[in-house]
Design a protein around this ligand. Sequence first.
Ligand code: ACO
Length: 342
Amino acid sequence: MSAERSPTLHRPGLDSLRTVSIIATGSYVPDRVLTNTELEKFVDTTDEWIYTRTGIRQRHIAEDHQATSDLAIAAARKAMENGNIRPEEIDYLIVATCTPDMHFPSTACMVQKELGATNAACVDLSAACSGFVYAIDMARQYIQSGTMNTALVIGAEKMSCLLDWEDRATCVLFGDGAGAAILQARGDQYGILTSVLGGDGKLGDLLNVPGGGSRLPITPEVLADKQHVLKMAGREVFKHAVTGMAGAAQETLRRCGATIDDVACIIPHQANARIIQAISQRIDAPMEKFYVNLDRFGNTSAASVIMAIDEAARKGRIQRGDLVLLVVFGAGFTWAASLLEW
Ligand code: ACO
């Protein structure tokens, strides 16, 4: 892709509004690496099974003393440093997470306190693995309308604390980490062209954490029954993830009058390499177009796509002017796609 903007691309609803861009990113993973080979020592699994079924080789796991906000703060500091943004400039702080530090206050408020982002409105967003793309679109609306100027949008998760480490079908899939993005309208036309967001609550039971909320508060029975940890119908989730992400990607391109050939890089939710391969076939996009780093991080839920964006940008895999397609899927179910002119 050249840095010249295509005159044929549509920017639905944007003609008279400011275009909002990701102007800087950062990410953080805890030091501790848990390889598939180490998992073999305490779960009935093998490196070969995990790698061939998922593409995952290792994941990072937070220390006991680290909460989701600690990961989020580390990622945010890097994004702010990269964007040369002072804490007081941030007027909107969103943390997408399904592993908040506490029920309340929000993880966003905890991040705000440590960063000294005293002018920021703070909110957590719960859309599981789709959370980051939902969150940048929320920030985009506020900035476009002129209500806010600078948003700090973070995807952060400590998935390790939601896992049943005796359930080999789920515990091998996830990891901990955080990514952060600064969004502003800089006066040029590069930025988010459009987003497609969707959900289907009827399928919520296929991937959830039943206990620990108001429906099933923690009791000795809930703990004994392991209702406080992640439950997943893997095969069903797999099928819906493929159709949900492929559909959202195609609808996003259609709305912008773009084709897959115009896209320089697709950054999908990093859940499973086989899901990404199936999407590649459905939308007729070669695998080389997809940025994949799940082999090193596993599925970090709301953090996955922004961690991948940050790494792709640092490695020069995405360049100024490139069309970048983000596409995600998560519990709920929720899904989202976003087309960006980088
Ligand atoms: N090691 C060894 N064997 C295993 C393991 C493991 N870690 N996990 C499951 N198995 C076994 C099962 O017990 C089963 O054995 P059986 O045939 O004797 O009963 C066999 O492997 C096949 O199990 P399936 O669940 O049918 O395996 P499948 O090929 O579907 O792969 C997987 C399972 C990897 C979980 C797959 O279904 C998947 O990736 N689903 C999507 C999951 C996902 O990405 N979720 C998150 C997306 S949304 C979000 O991020 C919130």
